[in-house]
Design a protein around this ligand. Structure first.
Ligand code: MTE
Ligand code: MO
Length: 225
């Protein structure tokens, strides 16, 4: 084969593979852009699930919260109960990590989450020593709780960005709890209030029989006595 023919064959092969690849990309509904923001689809060698392919679940459907009117109320066993604006929250030190969400129904997805460590919120408000349980209340009437120690020991974050895109309304804007290693029902969305208490608490699904510990891989239901 003459070099010119080789070049021709090579460029045809290149064009064909490029066309096949971009065809595959458009089949998935334009990953890489979501709500006019650039979406990150891999991070530190890990593949992320595009937001358009992530499942979501909510007892009352999507909640639409106005960014300007939003307040995060933090109260209970804290020295300085406080209402944070959205701007105040995003102004706190920021952390990112890749974490998989596992719904107890059996589906999961992997994503990059960016937000503020709960520890920062506790520092800002002066969480008291005797606070053992942290309750998250959401705009749709949902609630759930986790141990304060679990939140601190695992650097648990309140996320306001998902795959580097502003957390969309259908996914929990402004804040979703990234409850690493816990089933999806601990991942409260549309959080409006955080209460610290010294007593145990059962949230929406926990009250209906789901395990209050909610460790991924552990039992989905509370043992009956
Ligand atoms: N406010 C609120 N948060 C919620 C829920 C809900 O109904 N309301 N559902 C939970 C359940 S059961 C799951 S599996 C996850 C789903 O989160 P996703 O929308 O990020 O996939 O949200 C959790 N957080
Ligand atoms: Mo779930």
């Amino acid at each position: 084969m003459k070099p010119i023919h080789l070049l021709l064959v090579f460029s045809i092969a290149l064009t064909a593979s490029f066309a096949a690849f971009s065809g595959c990309v458009s089949d998935r509904g334009q990953p890489g852009v979501y709500n006019n923001e650039t979406e990150t689809l891999s991070y530190r060698g890990e593949q992320l699930t595009p937001i358009a392919q992530q499942r979501n679940n909510a007892i009352q459907g999507t909640q639409y919260i106005d960014r300007g009117d939003y307040r995060l109320q933090v109260d209970g066993l804290v020295e300085n109960p406080r209402n944070f604006t959205y701007e105040e929250i995003i102004g706190l030190p920021q952390t990112s990590k890749v974490v998989e969400l596992n719904c107890v129904e059996g589906w999961s997805f992997n994503a990059k989450w960016t937000g503020v460590r709960i520890a920062e919120i506790f520092e800002e408000t002066g969480a008291m020593e005797n606070a053992a349980t942290v309750i998250f209340y959401s705009a749709d009437g949902y609630s759930t709780s986790l141990d304060k120690d679990y939140l601190l020991e695992n650097d648990i974050i309140l996320a306001y960005r998902l795959n580097d895109v502003t957390l969309p309304p259908e996914r929990g804007f402004p804040l979703q709890l990234v409850a690493e290693d816990k089933y999806g029902y601990k991942w409260a969305k549309w959080i409006v209030r955080i209460e610290l208490t010294d007593s145990p608490y059962k949230g929406f699904w926990e009250e209906r029989g789901f395990n209050n510990t909610a460790d991924v891989g552990g039992p989905a239901f509370e043992r009956r006595r």
